[in-house]
Design a protein around this ligand. Structure first.
Ligand code: SAM
Length: 282
């Protein structure tokens, strides 16, 4: 068996053989530390009964570890130049399927159905330029992933997991914390990538909460974003503009017994749910 893909020697060899240059536009930063990819696969909890979904296999460093653990691996890779590379680097695994297309254009639920997936989990080192759209796409895919374990830029992880009354706390923090139990799994220094990114990374794990009352997540998301439109303004001012109705803004704040001078960043996830329910469900 050849050396793990994530070793620096093997990565360099693959890049030379295929005349590969990491593409900034596709957010390509390849991991060159085998222990880290092994840990990520380990933390994902993926086992022989799970279909792992990986977004952006790159040259296959993490895919290889997932293929060893999972029943099967479904990957999405936007860079067509990696077709020949992955065919070669993952040749010894017959449980990997790669769709060479922008994941945002795919119906993940349908793709999983087609390969007979039952238990599914996401594990990926996400392209940083498109982290948030990918997370939304996963949420909107209406797929019951057991978990989502992803490496993201540290700044993004700080926002996803931000506490109330901090500058990182925003609409996305509220939505994600409403849907998932979130755990920071591991810090990853920028030195273990080719090319070296500007910032450190974090592996973060999302486990879906089993039950949540709000079904129209798009509307909830738009509402919460509306509350945060201008952070320095009061919640009342943002709501007034969101509803285009002064009276309604006062009414919903009164119904929740929230002071009109509060700002969105002081509301907990539960507070947002209450405000949303009062607004839309009376
Ligand atoms: N998994 C590899 C690793 O850890 O070394 C590569 C990770 S690299 C940060 C991100 C990967 O996502 C690249 O291979 C890139 O081509 C791919 N990618 C970027 N945008 C994508 C998209 N919209 N859909 C699918 N793959 C994408």
């Amino acid at each position: 068996m050849s050396k793990e893909i994530a070793t620096i020697a093997r990565t360099r060899e693959i890049m030379e053989t295929y005349d590969l240059y990491p593409k900034k536009g596709f957010g390509q930063n390849f991991i060159i530390e085998p222990e880290i990819v092994r840990h990520i696969a380990e933390f994902s909890g993926i086992d022989e009964t799970t279909t792992a979904v990986e977004i952006g296999p790159g040259i296959g460093a993490l895919t290889e570890q997932l293929a060893k653990k999972a029943k099967q691996v479904l990957c999405y890779e936007i860079d067509l130049k990696l077709q020949d590379v992955l065919k070669d680097t993952l040749a010894e695994y017959d449980n990997v399927k790669i769709i060479f297309e922008d994941v945002l254009k795919r119906n993940i639920k349908e793709d999983l159905k087609e390969i007979g997936a039952e238990k599914t989990a996401i594990c990926a080192n996400l392209p940083y330029y498109v982290t948030t759209p990918i997370l939304f796409h996963l949420i909107e895919s209406e797929t019951d992933f057991e978990s989502i374990t992803v490496m993201v830029q540290k700044e993004m992880a700080d926002r996803f997991n931000a506490r109330v009354n901090t500058k990182e706390y925003n609409g996305l923090s509220v939505l994600l914390q409403y849907l998932y139990d979130i755990k920071i799994v591991m810090k990853v220094p920028k030195t273990v990538f080719i090319p070296k990114p500007q910032v450190d990374s974090i592996v973060i794990r999302f486990v879906p909460k089993k039950d949540y009352p709000i079904k129209d997540l798009n509307r909830f998301n738009e509402f919460v974003k509306g509350c945060f439109t201008q952070r320095r303004k009061t919640l009342y001012n943002n709501l007034k503009e969101f509803f285009n109705d002064k009276e309604k803004a006062i009414q919903v704040l009164n119904d929740c017994k929230f002071d009109e001078n509060r700002r969105a960043e002081s509301l907990s996830v539960e507070d947002f749910v209450k405000l949303y329910e009062v607004t839309y469900e009376g």
